[in-house]
Design a protein around this ligand. Structure first.
Ligand code: IMP
Ligand code: MG
Length: 178
C-alpha cells in the first residue's frame, strides 16, 4: 500500500457546501411531509447520509439497504443483488434513496423499482456523484452533488478495495495508490 494520498478531485469544503445546498432543497421540498425515510445504500453512502441527514430541517428517519453489483472487480456486471433489505415498513412514506455514486445506473434503477414494490408514497433519489458518461440506463437523480468523468474515485465513503473510505475529500485513485 502506497502511503501517498489520492489526488484531490472535489475538496472537503466544496463537498460540505454542496451537501448543505442539497439538504436545504430536500427540506424545502418535503416541508409538508412528516414521514421522510432516508435509505442509505451501504456501504458507500454512510458518510454522505450522515452529513446530509444532520443538515435537514424536517423530520426524518434513517434506514439502510445493501446491494452488491460488482463482485470484487471494478467493472459493473449490470446484475444487482439485494444483500440486506430495509427493516421498517415504508408503505405510505416518502422515501429518499441516498447513494454515494451513480455509474452505469443499474444499482439505482434496481433500487427504485424494488422499493416501489413496497408501495411508498413517493421515491426520490440523492447521489453525491454521478459519472454522466458511464450511464447505461436512464435514471433520475433528484438531488445530485457533482458530475465527474469516468475515473475511479475514493473518499467520503467511496472505496477502492475497501481502502480510502474515510478521506474527507473525493480523490482520484491511481494504480500506485492501491
Ligand atoms: P452502478 O450500478 O454502475 O451505477 O454502480 C454504482 C455503484 O458502484 C456505486 O454505488 C458504488 O458502490 C460503485 N462505484 C461506481 N463507481 C465508483 C467509483 O468511482 N468509486 C467507488 N465506487 C464506485
Ligand atoms: Mg454504492
Amino acid at each position: 500500500m502506497n502511503i501517498e494520498s489520492p489526488e484531490v478531485l472535489i475538496s472537503e469544503d466544496d463537498i460540505q457546501a454542496r451537501v448543505l445546498e442539497l439538504a436545504e432543497k430536500i427540506s424545502a421540498d418535503h416541508e409538508d411531509s412528516s414521514n421522510l425515510v432516508m435509505i442509505g445504500v451501504l456501504k458507500g453512502s454512510f458518510i454522505f447520509l450522515a452529513d446530509l441527514s444532520r443538515r435537514l430541517s424536517i423530520p426524518r428517519t434513517i434506514e439502510f439497504i445493501a446491494v452488491s453489483s460488482y463482485g470484487n472487480g471494478s467493472v459493473s456486471s449490470g446484475a444487482v443483488r439485494l444483500v440486506m433489505d430495509v427493516r421498517s415498513n415504508i408503505e405510505g412514506k416518502h422515501v429518499l434513496i441516498v447513494e454515494d455514486i451513480v455509474d452505469t445506473g443499474h444499482t439505482l434503477k434496481y433500487l427504485i423499482s424494488m422499493l416501489k414494490s413496497h408501495r411508498p408514497a413517493s421515491v426520490k433519489t440523492a447521489a453525491l456523484v454521478r459519472k454522466a458518461e458511464s450511464a447505461e440506463v436512464d435514471v433520475t437523480i433528484d438531488y445530485l452533488g457533482f458530475d465527474i468523468g469516468e475515473e475511479w474515485v475514493v473518499g467520503y465513503g467511496l472505496d477502492y478495495g475497501e481502502q480510502h473510505r474515510t478521506l474527507p475529500y473525493i480523490g482520484v485513485v491511481k494504480p500506485s495508490d492501491t
